[in-house]
Design a protein around this ligand. Structure first.
Ligand code: FAD
Length: 468
């Protein structure tokens, strides 16, 4: 390849990059997407999808366990996990989704190259094979990679990251997880259900820092049920490698042996497209962008994890879409105003047997603004028919609202399948629907989703399935 000229070069084929590329191409831009590994990025290949494939197995195990009380007689209730088969199943799902993205890119006439790309000039991108592409705009969507922490002995062969653990061919007997954030907790739930003895070590005073305390409580109970040991306010000070396992020394004076250690501390922006040849502003190791997604160079945009703003796939989708729109405005393909990147109403979910899902301000955060007369409606899932018929009475849906207009400030859920509710809460908040409209809308029965209507109804004293 030589003398290639494009309207846009997208670097990175994850959610931000592939959505940006497809959108811009559909609007008429000539787009080249450079992806050094596989399109779909972290999300499809080593993140959201593979972990959710395994979380689904957690649901299957739980259903098997609950079978007896439902009259489903299983003669031998013991089970083992064949990790090779589990990984094969996961790979099949990933492959299907990756093929889907490849199809969409092809259909939109995005030229995709399987190479690493670097930026060597305002309008110049260089591929690994030496090809230089001249382009009007660049979208940096190079995502993020696992970060590390300084621990003596961390180079032990027993230590893996969130990518390697997805391809394990055996089930560890004892798994130690360093980091009790979203990724650490998801893996704790998966491997404890599979039968590993799991210990989570978290430096902060609580698991899932930043989530509502009551939500964390529900998830923590689930981990306890699976006999997961959790050490909070604790760090790993040293790892010693032996023949079949490693010993972790903890700051609380304890030590533990494990045949696998997952390092799940945090993720950091992947700045590999940047070079010394052409400088683009970064700050604390992340790509700096403005509210329209523009970097310090006016024709170079950024989106997704590389910006370090909110490392979630749906945020990356949103940023990819907004940035593609803005580039198409620059190119004269769209005559509409530029679109701002919105990060105010973003849902987040933690998946396990029970889930937690949130959007907006917690009660504490809303109170701290001193702007609202706060009303909280909390509906327990022990009063929700759908949850109970699935043998789950744990959890709740909580709506944080304000008294004057009934504005919804936040929604916090914990329990079975609550990730499926949070979309309605997002739509309501983004379009300024109040608790009155949610409470007034007919929700299908029996659904977990009804609990959102009930919680909204509690806020206005009109819930008939729970005392107000
Ligand atoms: P990425 O998906 O990281 O894609 C970036 C791509 O760029 C990669 O494919 C990479 O190979 C490529 N690339 C990098 N540098 C170059 C270069 N120089 N040249 C060419 N290509 C390059 N988020 C959720 O919302 N929900 C979840 O349930 C969830 N679960 C997760 C579970 C795990 C274990 C992990 C690790 C993450 C999870 N995430 C989840 C986060 C989610 O995966 C990311 O937020 C999302 O993938 C970010 O998309 P992105 O496009 O910014 O970057």
């Amino acid at each position: 390849m030589s003398n290639i000229k494009k309207d846009i070069v997208v670097i990175g084929g994850g959610p931000a990059g592939y959505i940006g590329a497809i959108k811009a191409a559909r609007l008429g831009a000539s787009v080249l997407l450079a992806e050094k590994k596989q399109v779909g990025g972290t999300c499809l290949n080593i993140g959201c999808i593979p972990t959710k494939y395994f979380v689904q197995s957690v649901h299957t195990i739980s259903a098997l366990r609950n079978g007896a009380s439902r009259g489903i007689e299983i003669t031998d209730p013991s089970f083992t996990i064949d990790m090779k088969k589990a990984v094969k199943g996961k790979d099949k799902t990933v492959k299907r989704l990756v093929k889907g993205v490849e199809f969409l890119l092809n259909q939109a006439k995005v030229e995709t190259v399987n190479q690493k790309a670097t930026i060597i000039g305002k309008n110049l991108v260089k591929l690994e094979d030496g090809t230089v592409i001249e382009t009007k705009n660049i979208l940096i969507a190079s995502g993020s990679v696992s970060a590390t922490v300084p621990i003596e002995g961390l180079d032990s062969p027993f230590v893996v990251d969130s990518e390697k653990i997805l391809d394990l061919e055996y089930l560890p007997k004892k798994l130690a997880i360093i980091g009790g954030g979203v990724i650490g907790v998801e893996f704790a739930s998966i491997f404890s259900s599979f039968g590993s003895e799991v210990t989570v070590i978290e430096a902060l005073p609580s698991l899932l820092n930043g989530f509502d305390e009551e939500q964390v409580e529900v998830l923590s109970k689930g981990l306890k049920k699976n006999k997961v040991t959790v050490y909070t306010s604790t760090t790993v000070t040293k790892i010693e490698t032996h023949t079949d396992e490693a010993t972790l020394s903890l700051s609380n004076g304890k030590s533990l042996n494990s045949d696998l250690i997952l390092l799940a501390v945090k993720r950091k922006a992947n700045l590999s497209p940047l070079t010394d040849e052409f400088k683009i502003k970064t700050d604390k190791n992340r790509l700096v962008i403005n509210e329209y997604g523009v970097t310090s160079v006016d024709n170079i945009y950024g989106g997704g994890d590389v910006t370090g703003l909110n490392m979630l796939a749906h945020v990356a989708y949103h940023m990819g879409e907004a940035v593609a729109h803005n580039i198409c405005v620059d190119l004269g393909l769209l005559k509409t105003p530029k679109q701002k990147i919105r990060l105010d109403i973003v849902p987040s979910v933690v998946y396990s047997d029970l889930e937690i899902a949130s959007v907006g301000m917690t009660e504490k955060e809303a109170a701290a603004t001193k702007k609202y007369d706060i009303v909280v409606g909390k509906f327990p899932l022990s009063a929700n028919g759908r949850s109970l018929s699935a043998d789950f009475s744990e959890g709740f849906v909580k709506v944080v609202s304000e008294r004057k207009y009934g504005q919804i400030l936040g929604v916090f859920c914990a329990g079975l399948n609550v990730s499926e509710i949070i979309g309605e809460a997002v739509v309501a908040m983004q379009h300024e629907l109040t608790v009155y409209e949610i409470a007034d809308s007919i929700h299908a029965h029996p659904t977990i989703n009804e609990a959102l209507k009930e919680a909204a109804a509690i806020c206005i004293g009109q819930c008939y399935h729970w005392g107000s």
